[in-house]
Design a protein around this ligand. Structure first.
Ligand code: 13P
Ligand code: SF4
Length: 305
């Protein structure tokens, strides 16, 4: 089937199934085009929690589909590309969290949503890149454990000079490859362009940024800015919505190395087949889901900035 025909068939099938199609901002263009909502991790979790649809089709990576099931266990959560796993999410285990708790008794555990349900189940509250500062601000304790992303934790630390943020050694292999040298090279090639970075970038890269935000925060900043040119310090998939929303502005990747293969595994064929067969599904075991829900729910209750 031609791409456009397949897209029409998917939309038809989604209507018949009363399905909601959610896609992350890094998904391939043809997937973003068929989604009911394209967003960052926080927007997608909120939508999954509040939808009245019977079926959620999650186009993203596994931890995102798991989060949808954690907040909406009565829905069928379809995950068309089951091999799509976030490399950072595998960098921490529940045992790592227990060890950190023993080492820092009394320090609450703030877990980035880029983690598996078993790890969320060991946590006090979750966060995303969009709300990490608000989440930590809601905690009275002076010592806070923030995991698994050491770059996100160190970014958060900048906002809390009076707190000690303890971190684990996880990182995103794609954001962590971006170096100050890459940024300098991009600035030389595009003088006058603003440099916008994701908080998963290294501290020395964050130091060079004109603005730091989640993927949807970056979209908002570029939409509202009077500047015309931007160097983008995140996964290259974000260039598609940026260019679509701002046809009169120019966007340059800070580095072509920032390509998350897992985010590109979703295809129209897989989405169609998932809607047709209502498989493959993501279901978090109930005992883990209930414990993980406490941490996710506590995050979702924090007012949006
Ligand atoms: P956002 O929540 O900012 O979309 O980030 C998710 C992600 O995986 C970044 O690499
Ligand atoms: Fe995970 Fe990095 Fe891919 Fe985001 S870009 S899903 S953090 S591996």
């Amino acid at each position: 089937m031609e791409k456009e025909q397949l897209q029409v068939e998917i939309r038809k099938l989604a209507r018949d199934r009363k399905a909601l199609i959610l896609a992350h901002n890094y998904q391939p263009p043809e997937i973003q085009e068929i989604a009911d909502l394209v967003g960052d991790s926080l927007e997608l979790s909120l939508k999954a929690a509040r939808t009245e649809a019977r079926v959620i089709v999650f186009c993203g990576v596994l931890f995102m589909a798991e989060t949808a099931h954690i907040v909406s266990p009565d829905k069928t959560v379809l995950f068309p590309a089951p091999q799509a796993c976030c490399a950072m999410a595998s960098m921490i285990t529940p045992e790592d969290v227990r060890v950190l708790r023993e080492k820092y008794p009394g320090a609450p555990v703030v877990t980035y949503v880029n983690s598996y349900a078993e790890v969320k189940a060991e946590s006090d509250i979750c966060c995303t890149s969009a709300n990490v500062v608000r989440v930590i601000a809601s905690l009275p304790e002076r010592e806070v454990i923030c995991l698994p992303d050491m770059n996100l934790a160190r970014y958060a630390q900048r906002h809390f000079p009076d707190k000690k943020i303890i971190y684990h050694q996880g990182f995103c292999p794609f954001h962590d490859t971006l170096t100050p040298e890459d940024v300098r090279r991009a600035r030389e090639a595009h003088p006058g362009a603003l440099f916008v970075a994701h908080p998963e970038c290294r501290p020395e890269v964050i130091d060079l940024a004109d603005h730091v935000a989640s993927t949807s925060g970056m979209l908002k900043f570029c939409r509202e800015s009077e500047h015309r040119e931007f160097i983008i310090g995140t996964e290259v998939g974000l260039l598609y919505p940026l260019r679509k929303q701002n046809p009169d502005k120019k966007f340059y990747p800070a580095s072509e190395k920032m390509l998350c293969e897992a985010m590109k595994l979703t295809t129209l064929e897989l989405v169609y087949r998932a809607l047709e067969t209502l498989e493959p599904r993501v279901e978090v075991p109930e005992e883990i889901r209930k414990r993980a829900l406490r941490a996710v729910k506590r995050m979702l209750e924090i007012p949006r900035g």
